[in-house]
Design a protein. Structure first.
Length: 338
């Protein structure tokens, strides 16, 4: 019996995730992070800040893209050398840059010319197929796609459901879009009187929409979405003005996003959610802290340590080797290990 108890205690301790704080040398708010491996990680944020490490966060290289002062809210790294960066804001402040040489040079792929448009987040199926979401304008969603990794085309409004007044996406963590396979995508929206999810199974050519029971409003709604397969997904959010409150701020689906069920247990507003690779475990982070679920989001417990705006897991097929990197205010970065 003593041996059994000891073994259980060891397993429980081994499964407890822990944060290690990393020093970046910058003070920017880092709302974008993308982990390629345990060693190579990209991060982005305010003041045109872009960082890259090749040693797991022991040291960070500051990368210059432009002299313009931009807020790089999202970074998606496809490999050690290839990465896309999205800046947010109205009009020309919303841009997409790409590098294929580890940040030595950058190409401006897209610069928004619509004064009303405001882009929020992006995601990629692979190095050449990607999607960007923006806030709605005059009752129409703004979605861009690329099929060659270079040119970006807006999805026609006729291929999308009408948007609600004020409906868009919160640019808090670069994770308003979830992808699976080669053609499935889901986009979690907020800011309107209902929180809804757009979905496509043909790479963004046609779309349908579903309502969720999330609490929604100008500062409240869905902030992050993740899917572990074509059927099982989760959304987290809340009110970013009330970081420690958790009122109707998480939902799950088991039918590919057609219907959503409200769940309880988060410790506050959460701006990013991600599945632990190869498992049903889920981690959610926000400025006030982090939580973990071992049953797909049905129940939660807090993770000791600081809060972060966003999180990126290193690609892996084993839970016992899972590693994630978080980023947030004042240049804060952390490494989460299990």
């Amino acid at each position: 019996m003593k041996l059994l108890i000891s073994t259980l205690l060891i397993l429980s301790t081994a499964a407890t995730p822990r944060w290690t704080i990393l020093q970046t040398g910058v003070k920017a708010r880092l709302r974008g992070v993308s982990a390629v491996s345990r060693n190579i990680v990209w991060a982005s944020g305010s003041g045109s800040t872009v960082l890259r490490t090749v040693n797991g966060g022991s040291t960070w290289q500051t990368i210059k893209i432009t002299d313009d002062q931009l807020d790089f809210r999202d970074v998606d790294a496809l490999d050690a050398n290839t990465a896309y960066i999205l800046s947010i804001g109205n009009g020309p402040a919303s841009r997409i840059y790409k590098t294929t040489d580890a940040g030595a040079t950058w190409q401006l792929q897209f610069k928004n010319e619509d004064a009303k448009a405001f882009y929020d987040a992006m995601s990629f199926w692979d190095a050449t197929h990607g999607i960007v979401i923006g806030d709605s304008v005059d009752g129409a969603f703004y979605i861009l796609t690329t099929t060659n990794g270079h040119d970006w085309t807006r999805v026609p409004a006729s291929s999308l459901p009408p948007a609600l007044e004020g409906e868009g996406a919160f640019a808090a963590s670069g994770s308003n879009i979830a992808l699976f396979g080669k053609t499935h995508a889901w986009i979690a929206g907020g800011g309107a009187n209902k929180s809804r999810v757009l979905r496509t199974n043909d790479g963004g050519r046609t779309w349908s929409i579903a309502e969720t029971p999330l609490k929604s409003g100008p500062s409240t709604g869905a902030f992050s979405i993740a899917f572990r397969d074509a059927q099982h997904g989760i959304i987290v959010g809340g009110d970013y003005k009330l970081e420690k409150e958790a009122v109707d701020n998480a939902v799950i689906t088991i039918d590919g996003g057609v219907t959503w069920k409200l769940i309880k247990g988060l410790s506050g507003y959460r701006s990013k959610v991600a599945y632990v690779p190869g498992t049903t475990w889920v981690v959610a982070v926000g400025p006030s802290g982090a939580d973990i679920s071992e049953d797909g989001g049905e129940t939660w417990k807090p993770i000791a340590g600081p809060g972060f705006d966003t999180l990126s897991f290193v690609p892996s097929l084993r839970k016992d080797s899972a590693v994630a990197f978080g980023s947030g205010v004042n240049g804060t970065m952390g490494r989460l290990e299990f």
